[in-house]
Ligand binder design. Sequence first.
Ligand code: SF4
Length: 399
Amino acid sequence: MRVLVSSCLRGVACRYDGSAKPSDAVRELCGKVDALGVCPERDAGLPVPRPPAERRADGRVLLADGTDVTEAFERGARVALERHLRRGMKVPLAVLKAKSPSCGSGLVYDGSHTGTLVRGDGVFARLLKKEGVCVVSERDVELCKPSVEHPVALVMGTGLGHLAQLVKPVRRIDYHDIDGFPEDAVPVQGHSFEAIVGTVDGVPVVVYPGRIHLYQGYSATEVASLVRHAERLGCRDIVFASATGAVPGNAQVGLGIITDQVNLTGKNPLAEWDGTRDIQTPFVGMTDAYTPYLRTLARGVADDLGITVEEGVLAGVLGPCFETPAEVAAMRLMGVSYVGMSTVNEVIMAHALGMNVLGLTLAANQSGDPDTSHESVLATAERHAADFERLVRGVLRLL
Ligand code: SF4
């Protein structure tokens, strides 16, 4: 997987003041991918050291004395882009230095040279986004990096819990000891109610090899209790895996990366919010609920390993019956690729708690197929088990 990386994050002293800004997490990532260093300001021929510049909301780049250096910054961004993207190179991800007038993404200094940050992108980051590159900062990489204090939570769905067998266990937690998990809950076929804390390939993880569902009569808060547990254990990354139906015309049977969701369950754990713990407000924005950085890593791993994976939007429904032909037709029109009876409420909780979310799915049948049964879902999950395992392990390795 090719990744563009700001040279200053790799330790090159190319910043305006002649310094570098190395990030250990970014340098570690560079050791695992095909990392391509880039410095658009150096590509513009700007000297080191040079006066600091800031990009204003109107797009002009100014020095503190008011000199307009927009042309040089745009030239450097174009040269860097030509070198790395226009030669047919596939570069899905860029890790760029935060707040820079060239590399900054999402937040940049406002041009007043007073240290004020505003929403916006640097000149180079903007160009990359237009080209469809996922642009993240060193902070995104650092926040997704697992450790013993911050293991990766993996919540597994129907037929996908076998990942638990890969864990080198340190301890086990009975779900019934988890705060908010219903005492009377029993696992459906293909699930287990024992969380395993340990490592997979040396990466600290907590695996939840089963879950409960709204269609069993549980509340959205109970369904999301595993997410709250993971967050309290220190997990910052959470991977949800679920079996779904593929909406004909929008997705095929097989593995998928979830890009967004439509919550059709009529439930929401934030509507049941007790106002006392964990979450400051239930009015949570849901843009990028599925963390773009993690999605892009999963895509890159799949491409590198030759695993066939599609991407699409998940619709969560209450269940337990499968969809009618009219519902399938409606979801196709809505742009939905996958339909499932789990995940959406858990993702709402995870996003509200500020966790990094990756959603993977196994579309085990065509939605609306009258021959679908719990057994057929399990059988399809079994057929894709090896690819699913390679995909998850590949992502864990890159974090
Ligand atoms: S242009 Fe980008 S890579 Fe170059 S010094 Fe500035 S932030 Fe670093």
